[in-house]
Design a protein around this ligand. Structure first.
Ligand code: MSP
Length: 517
């Protein structure tokens, strides 16, 4: 592994409304990847935060009689509280109203202006208030109308500042062709390449202050603020120290850049992250491009998660009801990275009971209880030769650890989890086949009993250590009960010659009625 700090970021969440399950999924995914890298010994910088400017924030604030600043501040608090509850271990926090960010964005804008990449022009046309952009005929649906996804559409004539995207389009097309790893998964990269081939026109990067005051002022034209996306995208660089005064507590920009994984949803690849962002970087002189990891969406009964469904799938309520780690587990287990999935609380409950309570929880509980019952909690290593069933379990452990890391390297957390459950299922089966309760009755089998219990402790420990990035608190408790507090080794054979287990306390108590809330 290289010395470069693994730099992972997520989209910064828009502060026009409180968080929902989709936001929680993205942050948990990035957190799991960040923790996994850290646990394998790599330095990580994990940046997330909030997108506080723009028209929707101004409008939402007006509706409730608050200033946009106050409104954004309140919604920011709800995001921060949720991330604390969900154990999101970020190192850097981006807030776009931060003066350091504002200065850096203005600095970049001034440079683009000075090098002739910005121009002022008049445009009249249809404008979507919801999406904060002018629409073209390309955005019309089959009926020739602007569909409901554009919200209120008004006719607007306005003079604005434009960024010469067209000047860099050829470069971007070539870059994409030469760097197939720019976007993961590959099918999203293909979508982007198609969009780049079709995309025409420059990007309007200003909004007149007469109708939007809530943004970063253009340094060369005081009558305008910066388009919210231009401001928001810059966060990935400015909060990593780019053109902003470095925060003494954080690593320097050149040790972080380029970003190894921009974790974003499929809706914001084209055009924002796939077109505007690399062109913004290129134009401002940053040569190395980040890598984008594009995830799918959680839907609700096939439909989009919306504000009105927020209360049904409020992540804070779910974490309260089932525990943070049960929610994290479900969000990582029931979706394949890159694909969509349907959120279903009943499935969460069924998975909780089947996977966490009956399988993993039960394995650890039985293992610790038997070690205490038959060996007073102390397992001594025996000189006996390893029996073949234990050698098989050990080989499976090594294979599962390998499969787990391979899957994590390619962001397939659900596949990594499947591997762990192959181990816990095999270990539970081994409890039945080795029947320690029978061995305990036969003094001639004493060494075999030691061996069996130690193998179960190793298998359980390995499962808990592998699961640590996904269910950190629960895994810590499982490891403590197994007598391995703080030991995240994923090798087999960690127990000392005389190993003492802890107290068995159910970490995932069974839900009595899994099919109803
Ligand atoms: N503020 C912009 C991003 C700016 S990044 C420079 C934004 N914010 S958002 O709050 O609308 O979305 C934040 C992230 O949550 C996006 O990556 C988006 O794809 C993701 N999700 C929003 N709803 C989602 C689901 N229902 N499911 C999964 N992720 C979803 O876009």
């Amino acid at each position: 592994m290289s010395d470069k700090i693994f730099f992972i970021t997520t989209a910064i969440d828009y502060t026009n409304a409180p968080p929902h399950i989709g936001h929680a999924y993205e942050k948990v995914l990035a957190d799991v990847l960040a923790r996994w890298h850290r646990e394998r010994g790599r330095s990580v910088f994990f940046l997330t935060g909030v997108d506080q400017h723009g028209q929707k924030v101004q409008q939402s604030a007006e509706k409730v009689g608050l200033t946009p600043a106050k409104f954004a501040e309140e919604v920011t608090k709800s995001f921060k509280a949720l991330w604390a509850k969900l154990g999101i271990s970020y190192d850097g926090w981006a807030e776009t109203t931060d003066p350091r960010h504002i200065r850096a964005v203005q600095d970049v804008l001034q440079q683009l202006h000075d090098q002739g990449d910005l121009y002022r022009a008049k445009h009249s046309g249809y404008y979507s208030i919801r999406q904060e952009q002018f629409l073209t005929d390309k955005e019309r649906n089959e009926e020739g109308e602007f569909g409901p996804e554009w919200g209120e559409v008004v006719l607007l004539e306005e003079e604005n500042w434009y960024f010469r995207l067209t000047k860099y389009r050829g470069w971007l097309a070539e870059y994409l062709a030469d760097h197939p790893d720019f976007v993961t998964p590959a099918f999203r990269g293909a979508e982007l390449a198609n969009a780049v081939a079709k995309e025409a026109g420059d990007l309007c990067i200003s909004r007149p202050k007469s109708r939007l005051g809530w943004g970063i002022e253009l340094p060369f034209d005081r009558d305008y603020v910066t388009y919210v996306w231009f401001d928001a995208l810059m966060n990935y660089a400015t909060f990593a120290g780019y053109r902003a005064e470095a925060d003494a507590a954080l690593p320097a920009f050149d040790t972080l850049w380029p970003c190894d994984a921009h974790v974003i949803g499929k809706d914001i690849l084209v055009p924002a992250h796939g077109i505007y962002w690399p062109i913004m970087l290129k134009a401002s002189g940053v040569k190395a491009m980040p890598k984008l990891l594009v995830h799918g969406w959680w839907n609700l009964g096939g439909a989009k998660v919306s504000k009105s469904s927020g209360n049904v799938v409020d992540p804070a309520v779910l974490a309260e009801r089932y525990g943070t780690d049960a929610l994290r587990y479900y969000l990582m287990r029931d979706i394949a990275t890159g694909q969509d999935a349907d959120f279903n609380e009943e499935r969460l409950r069924v998975r909780y009971n089947a996977d966490l309570a009956n399988n993993l929880g039960n394995l650890v509980n039985r293992t610790v209880s038997m070690a205490r019952r038959y060996r007073e909690g102390i397992l001594i290593s025996s000189a006996a030769e390893k029996s073949s069933d234990i050698a098989t379990l050990e080989a499976l452990g090594a294979e599962v650890a390998r499969r787990f890391d391979d899957a994590m390297r390619t962001y397939q957390v659900h596949t990594a989890l499947e591997a762990v459950w192959d181990l816990t299922v095999a270990a539970n089966a081994f409890v039945e086949s080795s029947a320690p309760w029978k061995l305990a009755k036969d003094t001639a089998q004493s060494a075999r009993l030691d061996e069996v219990l130690r193998a179960l402790v190793e298998a359980s420990r390995l499962a808990a250590a592998l699961l640590h990035p996904i269910i950190p608190e629960a895994a810590d408790r499982l490891l403590a009960q197994l007598g391995f507090s703080g030991n995240l080794s994923i090798a087999w054979g960690v127990a000392g010659a005389e190993h003492r287990v802890g107290e068995p306390v159910p970490v995932f108590p069974r839900l009595e009625n899994p099919t109803s809330v």
